[in-house]
Design a protein around this ligand. Structure first.
Ligand code: IMP
Ligand code: MG
Length: 191
């Protein structure tokens, strides 16, 4: 799987050191509040596990399921919610956890949804933030790493639902992305 990478951006050990810092900051700021973490699946599953076990507070964890990429490497602009998994956040201090802030459309949609459900406060924590002009005016209070505007995989992030289990974060070889698109086209033609 590592062979499919053009380069590694962050090794697991680097990520975990940064998570120690983020967790300490979050712990300090939510020390006297009841914290509810809302993790965005599937991309944040590894980030969630590693970050939350470093926060020694009796917090609640909920998950929401959304999709906006649908197999490509760029947002389709349409964020779909899995309606079954919308958490009860009324009156709660919410910290939304996601793998990456890209166009901002996903985070904007989730913030509005949770705000509409009566959350007392809403902050955002992302492992990665792409430095680019966003399609929605949204930012994160807690950020693991700022990266350039390129497509990355690993540590929860996928390409066509694969590579989420890579322990590091990296950039795929162009030919791997091409092959993935070709395979998807071939599968579609067969339908
Ligand atoms: P946004 O709505 O464009 O901000 O996209 C956010 C979601 O798209 C994230 O939760 C990821 O699941 C996915 N995403 C954005 N950029 C990347 C990337 O570089 N690699 C893999 N998934 C990404
Ligand atoms: Mg994704």
């Amino acid at each position: 799987m590592l062979r499919d990478l053009d380069r590694v951006l962050y090794h697991e050990s680097t990520i975990l050191v940064r998570l120690d810092e983020l967790a300490a900051q979050i712990t300090k700021e939510y020390r006297d509040l009841e914290l509810t973490v809302v993790a965005v699946l599937n991309g944040s599953f590894m980030f969630m596990g590693d970050l939350l076990r470093r926060i020694p507070l009796p917090l609640r964890v909920d998950c929401v399921s959304v999709a906006s990429y649908h197999g490509g490497t760029e947002t389709t602009g349409k964020v779909t919610f899995d309606q079954l998994s919308i958490p009860d956040v009324k009156g709660r201090h919410v910290l939304i956890l996601d793998d990456i802030l890209d166009s901002g459309l996903t985070m904007d949609a989730i913030k509005h949804k949770l705000g509409g459900l009566g959350a007392k406060s809403i902050k955002v924590c992302v492992l990665l933030r792409k430095l680019k002009k966003r399609m929605a005016e949204v930012d994160a209070e807690y950020v693991g790493f700022d990266i350039g505007d390129e497509f990355v995989v690993g540590y929860g992030l996928d390409f066509q639902e694969k590579y989420r289990n890579l322990p590091c974060i990296g950039v795929l070889l162009p030919e791997v992305i091409e092959a993935g698109f070709a395979a998807a086209r071939a599968a579609k033609d067969k339908e």
